[in-house]
Write a protein that binds this ligand. Structure first.
Ligand code: C5P
Length: 207
């Protein structure tokens, strides 16, 4: 069984995807981590004429062990860098195979990201598209960062989320839209448990 979970930055898709993976005992891949790892590898090179080439090389050389450093990869800066490398077509191509193989492993998997239901797993058994309004997403991300002891400027964070959405939406290689056969789940008013229950109900219904 393949479950595809897509949605914008800080929509709660990662938390939902890992909850679904636990519930159905499936492995989970947060595909944003791949883009974050590539972004981190080329951080500081944005104004370099070789930026694209360096990002492509980093994507081609990506080793799964680079995904272990979750703490650094979840930082807001890594998210911004991720969205900058995500607009480079060959970077997406280089990361395609890793995601596809993960999805096709025996027994199935849960993947979350932006283009899972449209590009990586158009054949997924269940597709969810998560949305939540920008303020709710900012507040969730702020609390998450504060729990990790980081200081948060909510105004800056809100703009960062909007900026990332805009870049993701304009990405010509992205396909950041809801697949026709994806079920929309709006989590603006839902806590983690309620959102998970709603997602499980959608998956059960689809099976
Ligand atoms: O999901 P997360 O916020 O970790 O993703 C970071 C960035 O990586 C996104 O803003 C997006 O630009 C990019 N991304 C992508 N395709 C995916 C997952 C993430 O382009 N499947």
């Amino acid at each position: 069984m393949i479950i595809a979970v897509d949605g914008p930055a800080a929509s709660g898709k990662g938390t939902l995807a890992s909850g679904l993976a636990r519930h159905y005992q499936l492995p989970h891949l947060d595909t944003g981590l791949l883009y974050r790892a590539v972004g981190q590898a080329v951080d500081g090179l944005e104004d370099d004429p070789e930026f694209e080439a360096a990002a492509i090389a980093a994507a081609q050389a990506l080793d799964p062990s680079q995904l272990d450093n979750a703490e650094a990869l979840t930082a807001a800066r890594a998210g911004v860098m991720a969205s900058k490398v995500a607009v480079i077509g060959p970077v997406r191509e280089a990361l395609f195979e890793f995601q596809r193989s993960f999805a096709l492993q025996d027994g199935g998997a849960v993947l979350d990201g932006r283009d899972i239901g449209t590009r990586i797993c158009p054949d997924a058994d269940v597709k969810l598209f998560i949305r939540a309004d920008s303020k709710a997403r900012m507040e969730r991300r702020a609390r998450q960062l504060e729990q990790r002891g980081q200081r948060v400027d909510r105004y800056a964070l809100y703009h960062q989320i909007e900026e990332r959405d805009a870049r993701d939406m304009a990405n010509p290689h992205g396909g950041f839209y809801k697949a026709d056969d994806a079920v929309l789940l709006d989590t603006t008013q839902l806590g983690i448990e309620a959102a998970l229950q709603a997602a499980v109900a959608i998956v059960d219904e689809a099976l």
